[in-house]
Design a protein around this ligand. Structure first.
Ligand code: NAD
Length: 358
């Protein structure tokens, strides 16, 4: 099969981790006789430097014309002082909206080889951590009107808005995802305070009638934040709106040990998806070949599974990551005593090699 992948290397560690994911994709292509072509697109700080814009239309077009998009990370202190609408992160919001990817899917799963790295008590980790957060990605407060004005003093407001159809399409992804797993869906909102949450809850309950095989529960977001650290084993699939999902998914990533291990996929109505690790550009270790590329490599595996319908190839990558971890290899962020510390580039090569040997 031939696929064109738009590659956004971005800033900080972005180029380093994306290189390693490409190494692994090339190993998959060689093994299975696929052709992956890569089209570089600029986004984030590097695009601001080059074009004065975090995502010019011509770079977005490269992504829209590709079969899928692999993204490293964007941003860094160099661009902290640029005006709000020109910040590197605006590129992220723009690409999500431009591609119409309304559903972000982040697994929170503990690798048995890294169970010690979880900050939770062993008796909690032993019960298992294996859930997915399905987050609405292009609506809510991040996309509402933002303004700051004078009213005797400075006042700011950010508008949170959701329509029934926006809730219904993400709700469906939640139910469908649960259906393919342990058939438990937890809908998270703040319906004791917010109108948007009351609408959310009513739409999700209406949808539940179409999914009698899925067990639906409701949880307030503040309780959910507590339950993720107290009893994460209770969760299978969590579905929630944009800002709650942003915060909860970062919390969920922490309990699994390292932010460097976690992939994500963002999908809309078509098969062209956006695949990226959940972490940022890690400016503190950029350029030192010390980053963990596994989150990006597992994002590439998700791309093969969800956008290219290549489940065997995706399984190979996930198995290869497990093999390399079981072989005792670790990047600095997941280093444990008795293990062998490797650089970002070595980790990528080891996983690529393991793919070809499976
Ligand atoms: P960060 O995720 O970049 O880093 C947090 C900590 O985790 C740092 O100590 C970093 O070294 C470490 N870390 C992150 N990824 C790692 C990896 N793969 N391997 C090893 N260690 C890793 O978050 P931050 O420091 O808050 O943000 C840095 C920049 O990234 C900011 O400009 C922020 O806006 C941006 N950011 C971008 C994205 C994105 O591109 N999707 C997401 C979040 C933050």
């Amino acid at each position: 099969m031939k696929k064109n992948i738009a590659v956004i290397r971005g800033d900080g560690i972005g180029p380093e981790i994306v290189n390693e994911a490409i190494k692994v994709l090339d190993a998959v292509a060689k093994k299975y006789g696929h052709t992956f072509e890569y089209t570089d697109a600029d986004m984030g700080g590097c695009a601001i430097d080059k074009y004065g814009d975090p995502l010019p239309q011509h770079e977005l077009d490269k992504c829209l014309n590709a079969d899928s998009v692999l993204l490293g990370a964007v941003g860094g202190p160099k661009w902290d002082s640029v005006p709000g609408n020109m910040r590197p992160e605006k590129g992220l919001l723009r690409i999500r909206a431009g591609m119409g990817v309304y559903s972000n899917n982040r697994p929170a799963k503990i690798w048995p080889q890294l169970a010690d790295a979880s900050p939770l008590k062993p008796e909690i980790v032993e019960k298992g951590i294996d859930f997915i957060i399905v987050r609405e990605l292009i609506g809510g407060i991040y996309f509402g009107e933002h303004r700051t004005f004078e009213d005797g003093e400075r006042v700011s407001e950010d508008v949170m808005r959701y329509s029934e159809s926006e809730i219904e399409r993400i709700g469906r992804i939640g139910f469908e995802t649960a259906r393919k797993r342990r058939k438990k869906l937890c809908s998270v909102e703040k319906s004791n305070v917010l109108d948007t949450s009351r609408l959310w809850k009513s739409v999700i309950h209406r949808l539940a009638e179409e999914y009698p095989d899925v067990e639906l529960s409701d949880m307030l977001v503040d309780n959910c934040a507590m339950q993720i650290v107290k009893n994460p084993a209770q969760f299978d699939v969590i579905v929630t709106e944009n800002m709650f999902g942003d915060i909860l998914s970062d919390e969920a990533s922490m309990i699994t040990g390292s932010i460097g291990m976690i992939p994500s996929s963002s999908l809309g109505a078509g098969s062209n998806g956006l695949y990226e690790p959940i972490h940022g550009s890690a400016p503190d270790i950029a350029g030192t070949d010390a980053a963990n590329p596994i989150g990006t490599i597992l994002s590439a595996a998700m791309m093969l599974r969800f956008s290219f319908d290549m489940p065997r190839e995706a399984d190979d990558i996930e198995e290869a990551v497990g093999k390399v971890l079981s072989g005792g290899f670790r990047t600095g962020d997941i280093m444990q005593s008795g293990m062998k510390k490797v650089k970002c580039s070595e980790m990528g090569s080891l996983i690529a090699q393991a793919v070809s040997e499976i």
